[in-house]
Design a protein. Sequence first.
Length: 152
Amino acid sequence: MHAENSADYDSIPGVSQLILVLAAINIRVGIITSGWREKIDRIMAMLNIQNCISVIVERNDVARGKPFPDPYLLGAKRLMLSPSETLVFEDSISGITSAVKAGAYCVAIGDTGLIQYGAQTAIADFSKVKVLSDEDYAILLDDEYKLVLINK
């Protein structure tokens, strides 16, 4: 997940609610950002998601930031997952490039035009995303199609 500023997530319906739901069903959530830790902490507090975040990778954690894969590779390592087991939500071309190069499944936040940079799909309105879960898996759905299966 990419967090540039609070206005980004305030303008995307349902992002903080999705993070809360995923954390509630024990899906680990990370923030991978080109921003600084102070900014990340401020945004998490504003969205009231501090207790939902398992991993944070910020600009000072890697020598090469986005569009290189390094931030997402480190995030996956900290989550103890292979990058191919991760689902990334990205709102920038450099972030999408980084996630795809790392081997993650990437969902563009917002404009479907971002798909041309490697994102597998795009979601503009996260308030339409539903999470179905049982003990073994969670499925993210939007009003149009099944998005992805996440093994717990």
